[in-house]
Design a binder for this molecule. Structure first.
Ligand SMILES: C[S@@+](CC[C@H](N)C(=O)[O-])C[C@H]1O[C@@H](n2cnc3c(N)ncnc32)[C@H](O)[C@@H]1O
Length: 219
């Protein structure tokens, strides 16, 4: 078993949010079906989901904790301008290779405080990162502040594993995002094996959080 999925981290002695862990994991990260999206069926399943979650192309998409850039590549293929941020230089190097020649920029940096200056985005996309941040509520407020008017957060999360599950339940994440949202859509991803390359029995989902402009003014 490779130790590079959230479920694996629950069983691993390695610190799950440790930068050195992700730096070491980068070289083999894409071997998991839902990471590298090398299987055409898995790739097509994520492409379809992403198309339904993101705004109409072309839009500015910020992918935080972008890893090797697999979702960033799908977004770029769908016509979006992608900025990726990851604190692992090895992950960023792989993402830059994967999207060479595309309308995409990758930055080594902290997801909770993305180094994007005054830029604003139509969508902030974050898959399998939020649950491991030390202060998810604070990160969510920061990300909502990076949205252009009408923007949305696309949060792909889960609660992985059976014996000692890790992650955020959809209800927990919905409670955290409620103060920021004018409208939230929940997509249940557990029953779609094509996304994972296998059947899964734990909780996997996406929350599409349409930002409430009034929340931005209150922050
Ligand atoms: C489970 S991987 C997910 C990668 C990508 N989002 C995907 O779905 O394929 C987690 C990624 O988040 C990055 N990461 C973890 N904590 C981070 C932080 N605080 N700031 C920036 N990146 C972080 C790791 O380096 C790793 O690339």
């Amino acid at each position: 078993m490779t130790a590079n999925t959230p479920a694996d981290q629950a069983e691993s002695p390695l610190p799950d949010a440790d930068a050195a862990y992700w730096e070491a994991a980068a070289a083999t990260f894409d071997e998991e079906p839902d990471h590298g999206l090398r299987d055409p069926g898995v790739r097509a399943a994520w492409a379809a989901r992403l198309r339904s979650w993101l705004p109409a192309a072309p839009a500015a998409v910020l992918d935080l904790g972008c890893g090797t850039g697999s979702l960033a590549l799908l977004a770029a293929e769908q016509g979006h301008r992608v900025t990726g941020v990851d604190r692992s230089p090895a992950m960023v190097a792989l993402a830059r290779d994967k999207l060479a020649g595309r309308d995409a920029v990758f930055i080594v940096g902290e997801a909770a405080e993305p180094p994007v200056g005054e830029r604003r985005f139509a969508a902030v996309l974050v898959r399998h990162v939020l649950w491991a941040l030390p202060d998810p509520a604070s990160a969510l407020r920061r990300w909502a502040g990076l949205l252009a008017p009408g923007g949305r957060l696309v949060l792909v999360e889960g609660r992985w594993g059976e014996a000692a599950p890790v992650g955020l339940r959809a209800t927990e994440l919905a409670a955290l995002t409620a103060p920021l949202a004018s409208r939230t859509e929940l997509a249940d991803l557990s029953a779609e094996p094509a996304l994972w390359g296998r059947e899964v029995s734990d909780e996997r989902y996406a929350l599409i959080v349409h930002a409430d402009p009034a929340a931005g003014r209150r922050a």
